[in-house]
Ligand binder design. Structure first.
Ligand code: PMP
Ligand code: GLN
Length: 382
């Protein structure tokens, strides 16, 4: 194994899901829903397979999906992209993130990001031989915030990219307008490109999702990334996309064509159908996840955790200190045996491990009875 990949072991999601399977615990670790997405979308995929849409689709994605993505960006966020050249379909957001970083970073270039960060960020930055410059999100006022001076200090002459995930996994933070303006200003000042991971764009419970690309001067220096996995409860389909100015999107495509060449065909017309569903689908999905957030937050507080209430995503982080815990990794490894529940320690997503040592993450994208069962088990801890 090459030296730059040696620090990366098995992903925490794989480790924790394997632990859940082995112990029969309720799995609130890895983020995937336990119900299927919209039936219209599922039927469209079955139809596509039966209709013989089973050979290599075009490299940038099928035209009807690219058109649906462009229409979605316009209708929801007021952003205009040309489906021919400014929209690219990828194998999930994961491939989009990797291809964007590989396409734009020379060895030694720096990528500003926020920690805790989604685990693939660090690995993709390392694959490119680039350097991550994390800015720490710290618990404050029941949520998370960062020190603006720390963000300013992370920028320098080698800054190439800013990688922003809002709504943010694992904290559930939705970056505020003021924070976005600061980030945009620093991108402009340092001539940096923004890569925005917006996979939870439709899961904002308090406030609103504001794409960084919509801020003044940002449209032409932002690569927006999203995915069908979360919005349409189909994490196993791995359909993602990139929107941005043609020059940046074609750079991402140059790399993407040698990573996967193209993506699975039959899911593409199905995701096009899903993106065209009426607004009531998107708001109904959000409202149902908001109820689940409230349900799990209340249950975790009852069980004795220090709950950091998320404004978005389908994750809630909790402080284990009130339950006598001091190390999230140890806590999560022993949790199945202690009470039959799996969660994810968030310290593995920090360079500054001490900042996340006492925090763990629970996923609430589960049926109510599963959440209730998890809470009943967690209550036995105190
Ligand atoms: N970014 C974030 C913040 C995520 O939580 C995930 C997991 N869905 C991904 C990217 C990867 O998305 P996909 O499964 O579409 O590759
Ligand atoms: N995005 C999901 C999570 O954060 C699943 C990620 C994965 O399994 N790679 O839990």
């Amino acid at each position: 194994l090459v030296a730059r990949m040696r620090p990366f072991g098995t992903t925490i999601f794989a480790e924790m899901s394997a632990l859940a399977t082995r112990t029969g615990a309720v799995n609130l670790g890895q983020g995937f829903p336990d119900t299927d997405g919209p039936p219209e979308m599922l039927e469209a995929a079955v139809r596509a397979i039966r209709d013989g849409r089973n050979q290599y689709p075009p490299g940038p994605g099928i035209p009807e999906l690219r058109a649906a993505i462009a229409a979605h960006q316009r209708d929801f966020w007021g952003l205009e992209y040309d489906p021919d050249g400014e929209v690219l379909v990828t194998a999930g957001a994961t491939e989009a993130i990797a291809a964007a970083i590989l396409a734009m970073c020379e060895a030694g270039d720096e990528v500003v990001c926020f920690e805790p960060y989604y685990d693939s960020y660090a690995a993709s930055i390392a694959l490119a031989g680039a350097v991550r410059r994390p800015v720490t999100l710290r618990p404050s006022d029941g949520g998370y915030s960062f020190d603006p001076d720390e963000l300013r200090a992370a920028f320098g002459p080698r800054t190439r990219l800013v990688l922003l995930n809002s709504p943010h996994n694992p904290t559930g933070k939705v970056f505020t307008a003021e924070e976005l303006a600061l980030i945009a200003g620093l991108c402009l000042e340092h001539d940096a490109v923004a890569v925005t991971d917006e996979v939870y764009e439709h899961l904002v419970f308090d406030g609103a999702h504001v794409p960084l690309a919509g801020l003044p001067g940002m449209r032409d220096r932002t690569v927006q990334i999203s995915s069908a996995g979360k919005t349409f409860s189909c994490t196993g389909w791995k359909v993602g996309w990139v929107c941005g100015p043609a020059a940046l999107v074609s750079a991402v495509l140059r790399v993407k064509q040698f990573l996967t060449f193209v993506n699975a065909a039959p899911q593409q017309p199905a995701v096009a159908v899903a993106l065209g569903l009426p607004r009531s689908y998107f708001t109904g999905f959000r409202d149902s996840l908001r109820d689940k957030r409230d349900r799990l937050c209340a249950g975790l507080a009852d069980a004795g955790f220090g709950v950091l209430r998320p404004a978005g995503t389908y994750f809630v982080t909790a402080d284990i200190t009130p339950l006598g815990g001091s190390d999230g990794v140890e806590f999560c490894r022993s949790l199945p045996e202690r009470c039959g529940v799996v969660a994810v320690p968030t310290q593995v997503f920090y360079d500054d491990v001490a900042a996340g040592r006492r925090l763990i993450r629970f996923a609430f994208c589960k049926r109510d009875e599963v959440l209730d069962e998890a809470v009943a088990r967690l209550r036995k801890l105190s």
